[in-house]
Write a protein that binds this ligand. Structure first.
Ligand code: ADP
Ligand code: ASP
Ligand code: MG
Length: 423
């Protein structure tokens, strides 16, 4: 007998028919003799709808009440799945975040899980019940409901698997695994049988939304075995323990056959570019720009500073360009304008029509030329690079948003990632 956490995302839970099919899949695992806890997302589109209501109610809403509203989608699907399981003859009950409880920080809308009390879950599962747990939600000190940030049900599932010492955490979604790039953009994307925690963490953080970044970090830290697989398969689909999806594994576990220079390519259209012109070229100038942004809790990602222009008799000046999350653009502009006298820039220019394209692979630690292939390939297609950033296993470039699909496709081919046949 294995203990398994099964997580079903929004499209997998979208409507009663889909929920019945999820119940059938859970039933198969139970009948195979496994002990099962299920973590569910809200129906696809539901969380967006609830967020919309909050914004409509007030532009400055109370984050604690926002969490009460947006966590409701998962409450509905957890109850519905328990009903569908019972109707299929499987004893089941729902456990809301506050009932277990799943304790979190009080960072409303992006809370972190601190601790999960599994005592009542274990007792219920020992009675032969399937536990159905709404993802995305928890409870902070003071008994206020919290949510974990968009896409947070993945993190709920991994945290649950760690707390229950589960043998595996199966993340069921609308694709059958992690691909070399988003298969909805590049039909020639290839499914990976394995990917390392470190690469998945980097891919998720640069836009591969198949797993929430935090869930991968947690899985790596807690050594949770995570599989990504499809819920859109028939009753004759192979059982999950035959590992039909993609396994996230430690670097030491990866098969030599799977080792590639580049593992995957991701894109992210949620960044905005800001340029400050004619910033004085003197010590402390850059600090004067980034201090107010840090104080406002805004994460700066890519940064470039141009060579200083010298003009006779005056200190030189330079342009500084950087990116921030698009959602933080308005706050960034406000913080920079407030600090304008201290920074001394002439103009602030911003642009949200940009995209960040990143190539990721542990192979680049030991191989030169990854970045140059990227620049040459994009240059040959006339795609202009607006900014660059690198880490040990990643190279990212900022380009015009309209060129996103083309850039991802040509890079996918250039790094030899294309599947033989289009999927
Ligand atoms: P869920 O609702 O199940 O949580 P998400 O929409 O959050 O599903 O994540 C699944 C989606 O992630 C896929 O439909 C796919 O378009 C997208 N995706 C982005 N990059 C990748 C990738 N490298 N491999 C697989 N899917 C990816
Ligand atoms: N329902 C939440 C969202 O849409 C959490 C999740 O689905 O993972 O962000
Ligand atoms: Mg998701």
């Amino acid at each position: 007998m294995a203990r398994i956490v099964m997580k079903f995302g929004g499209t997998s839970m979208a409507g009663i028919e889909r929920i019945r099919s999820v119940a059938a899949r859970v039933k198969r695992e139970v009948e195979a003799g496994n002990e099962v806890a299920v973590v569910v997302s809200a129906m696809a589109g539901e969380t967006d709808r609830l967020v919309g209501f909050c914004r409509e109610a007030s532009s400055l809403y109370d984050a604690r009440e926002y969490d009460v509203v947006v966590s409701a989608g998962e409450q509905v699907t957890s109850g519905l799945l328990a009903i569908a399981l019972q109707a299929a003859g499987v004893p089941a009950r729902s456990w809301l975040g506050w009932q277990l409880p799943i304790r979190t920080s009080d960072g409303h809308a992006s809370a972190r899980i601190a601790d999960i009390d599994t005592a009542s879950l274990r007792a219920s599962m020992a009675r032969g019940e399937v536990a159905v747990i709404p993802g995305f939600q928890g409870v902070a000190a003071g008994e206020r409901v919290t949510t974990l940030g968009r896409g947070g049900s993945d993190t709920s599932a991994v945290a649950m698997a760690a707390a229950m010492q589960a043998d595996r955490c199966d993340i069921y979604t609308d694709v059958d695994g992690v691909y070399t790039t988003d298969p909805r953009i590049v039909p020639r994307a290839r499914k990976l049988r394995q990917v390392t925690y470190e690469e998945m963490l980097e891919l998720a953080s640069v836009g591969a939304k198949v797993l929430q970044t935090r869930s991968v970090g947690l899985a790596m830290k807690e050594k949770v075995r995570v599989q990504v697989l499809s819920s859109f398969t028939g009753d004759d689909a192979p059982m999950a323990d035959t590992l039909p999806g993609t396994m996230i594994v430690g670097e030491e576990e990866i098969d030599d056959m799977e080792r590639q220079l580049i593992t995957g390519i991701a894109h992210d259209k949620n960044e905005a570019k800001i340029t400050l012109t004619s910033v004085p070229d003197q010590p402390g100038a850059v600090a004067a720009i980034f201090e107010p942004l840090a104080a406002a809790n805004i994460n700066v990602d890519m940064i470039i500073q141009n060579i200083a222009h010298q003009s006779a008799g005056r200190p030189g000046s330079t342009d500084v360009t950087f990116t921030v999350p698009a959602a933080d653009l308005a706050r960034s502009i406000e913080a920079l304008n407030q600090a304008r006298a201290a920074i001394g820039f002439a103009e602030l220019v911003h642009d949200t029509r940009v995209a960040k394209i990143s190539v990721v692979g542990v192979g680049m630690r030991s191989h030169a030329g990854v970045a140059s292939t990227m620049f040459t390939t994009l240059g040959a297609r006339g795609i202009n690079i607006l900014a660059i950033s690198t880490s040990e296993i990643k190279v990212s470039v900022l380009i015009h948003e309209d060129e996103t699909e083309l850039a991802v496709r040509v890079l996918h081919t250039a790094y030899g990632l294309d599947a033989e046949e289009a999927a």
